[in-house]
Design a protein around this ligand. Structure first.
Ligand code: ZN
Ligand code: FE
Length: 255
């Protein structure tokens, strides 16, 4: 039962993802920023849309849904905790729950911080987690609604997944994230070489999303707030992990 993963660039810098099971012919879309590129990604492969997983209510993740719904009548799944702000849901899910897509488990994590009610979908059979604006490539979402403590707890859950998990995040912000990450850890050699790879990819017009959890753990400053060397590097020896995360997030907001 091989699941196929396809990245679909949408709008200016958003990503949606398709997950396709060839045995059953089912296809799930994660987030719906823009209908047209998603429609053509489906049509060019001869896939039919059966499910939509929504990560959070922001317009750039849901605005493409109405025409897709009209065309395919997919089962739309999103957070019970944010049902009041999301489009109408066919299925509501919460932290710790799992559901089945095309015979595969999908685990739901509450990853509040960017918004309260933001969820991530983890599909072990695909070795992929869909994080949208929680954990991002070399970054994390801005804290519009949640507290630093909440986002740190959310990121810690994602950090505990297997290191070979593919991180499917919502935006192409990686180059500017890299420039900031280097201010936190200027001597991190994994970060220095990843930054070079990101520059090369962007010059070639290639996406830097998805990434792997292993590379995020090695280079993403927002996942590294618990490391003594990172704490010392920003002058916060002895501070709690959440305090260090909050300071790194504050610096990024002003970067
Ligand atoms: Zn967002
Ligand atoms: Fe977004």
């Amino acid at each position: 039962m091989p699941l196929k993963l396809v990245t679909v660039p949408c709008l200016q810098d958003n990503y949606a993802f398709l997950l396709h099971e060839s045995d059953t012919g089912e296809t799930a879309l994660v987030d719906a920023p823009e209908a047209a590129p998603i429609q053509s990604a489906l049509e060019s492969r001869g896939w039919k849309l059966t499910h939509v997983f929504l990560t959070h209510h922001h317009w750039d993740h849901v605005e493409g849904l109405p025409p897709l719904r009209e065309a395919w009548s997919p089962t739309v799944i999103g957070a019970k905790a944010d049902a009041g702000r999301l489009p109408d849901l066919d299925q509501q899910v919460s932290e710790g729950e799992s559901f089945t897509f095309a015979g595969h488990d999908v685990l739901v994590f509450d990853v509040s911080g960017h918004t309260v009610g933001h969820i991530a979908f983890y599909v072990p059979d695909a070795k992929a987690v869909f994080t949208a604006d929680s954990l991002m490539a070399l970054g994390c979402g801005r804290l519009f609604e949640g507290t630093p403590e909440q986002m740190w707890a959310s990121l810690s859950k994602l950090a505990a997944l297997p290191a070979d998990t593919t991180v499917c995040s919502g935006h192409e912000y990686t180059a500017s994230n890299a420039a900031f990450a280097l201010t936190v850890e200027p001597e991190n050699s994994a970060l220095i070489s990843r930054t070079e790879a990101i520059k090369a990819a962007r010059q070639a017009g290639e996406p830097t999303v998805p990434s792997s959890l292993a590379e995020e753990l090695a280079t993403n400053p927002f996942l590294r707030a618990n490391l003594p060397a990172v704490k010392a590097g920003i002058g916060m020896d002895g501070a709690t992990d959440a305090e260090v995360f909050a300071e790194i997030r504050r610096r990024k907001d002003n970067f």
